[in-house]
Design a protein around this ligand. Sequence first.
Ligand code: TNX
Length: 510
Amino acid sequence: MSANQRVSVIPQPVSAETRDGAPFTLAPTARISVAGPGAAEVAGLLMAELASDCRRDLTVVHEPPVYGDIAIVIAEDEVAEEHRAEGYSLTVTAEGVRIGAATAAGAFWGVQTLRQLVPVECATDPLTIAPLSIRDHPRFGYRGAMLDVARHFFGPDAVKRFIDAIVLVKVNHLHLHLTDDQGWRIEIESWPNLTAHGGSTGSDGSPGGFFTQSEFRDLVAYAAERHVTIVPELDMPGHTNAALASYPELNPSGVAPELYTGSKVGFSTLQTGDPTTDRFLADVIGEVAALTPGPYLHIGGDECLSTSSEDFLGFIAHASALVASQGKTAVGWHEMGKSENLPSGTVGQYWDFLTPRGSSGDETLSFVRQGGAVIMSPADVSYLDIVYEDGDRLGQDWADGPTELRSAFVWDPARIVAGLGDSHLLGVEAPLWTETMATVEDVEEMVFPRLAAVAEVAWSVAPADTEAVESARDFADFADRLAALGEHWAAAGIAFRRVPGVPWRDTVSA
Ligand code: TNX
């Protein structure tokens, strides 16, 4: 374990050991040698990073490596069978760097580890890395971040920047909360007013905006190149004022409400069993499914405080069946587990606290009873919009806030709902709700560093089986590694928050 601690990477790899001997030095003659399916694409991304961050011009060659090269090798037997989906190995010696993986995704995560090991001064100083050997694979296949583009809209460039930042800590799902009371952000060709009117504003009267279908397709492709799956969310039947405001015929009165720019939740609802609403559902779910190569389509289902329970159950059965009929796996917030009529395999997303209250635990177990799995997003530790400290300018405090970095780190997803262990969990996701965040800098301040903590919870091995997760996770060690990652964030211009308790290095400016 002590050798482990000298290799500074987040998330902590499964095994990481430093080795004796001379360091690797990147010479001007170095090349990236590739072998195996997908290796050239991963090498292309590494090449671009080394060009932009370190001003090094490497070529990619389909030849065996020679002394001083960086090799990326993709072949089945590079990784033990049970870890092939995303596992990788990384060795560094004076002779060269070698990443081995069974898939392009595994090689890509190996590259992210390598990026953290490259010194940030690589543009001006020699690029050297001490010899080491890493073997690594994730605990969970679903490691997510959610960006709420409905309250404040963030456009394609901002979302790409977000993707670039989350992959460094091996987050591989980006859940986009595309619709809410304050705005509808995805073009639906058969219902154009959803964006023309429903996308025209946002929280606090912000300017709004939306993704055209072609922008969205481009975003999905950009994410896929980086081994990130986009999970689109159409939140319904509540959280739908923007849709109701765009089409009077979706309202029982036939009168459209005004657009909404406040922060209340739970006041809007679509109707159950209404023919116009049913046509709307089939159209929007059909168009978004067609834009989505990934397996998941999230249909919300949270905080339906204005929907009768009978209507809620009918609505969820109908909408989730539509998702399944499009060949997608429905995902919903845990309230959707009230339904006993979910298509088999429907995924639940838990957003209650570390200690479940009321019926949230049972609603979450309902997904497993119906053949599905669960994503853990406990609000009191993984919600990135909760204030860091009392009195913060950004964020809310309803989820037992403030949420310090330490709280985002010392918890375990398999110890929340009794009866839900690793085998029932798809993974872990950290959501960012943006009622109070208007700029990319605001977003980055809330997301970083806490996303790094949640990413480690999702990727790294479970803490030892002791009663208290608090003592099983080594926060001091995490904080040391985070200080090194912070240098990379600073170099990339990410507006992370220098929270107390971390030995941030002040040689670089944030
Ligand atoms: C609850 S948790 C919400 C969101 C809010 C968020 C603010 C959940 C599924 N819904 O509508 O934006 O709290 O923290």
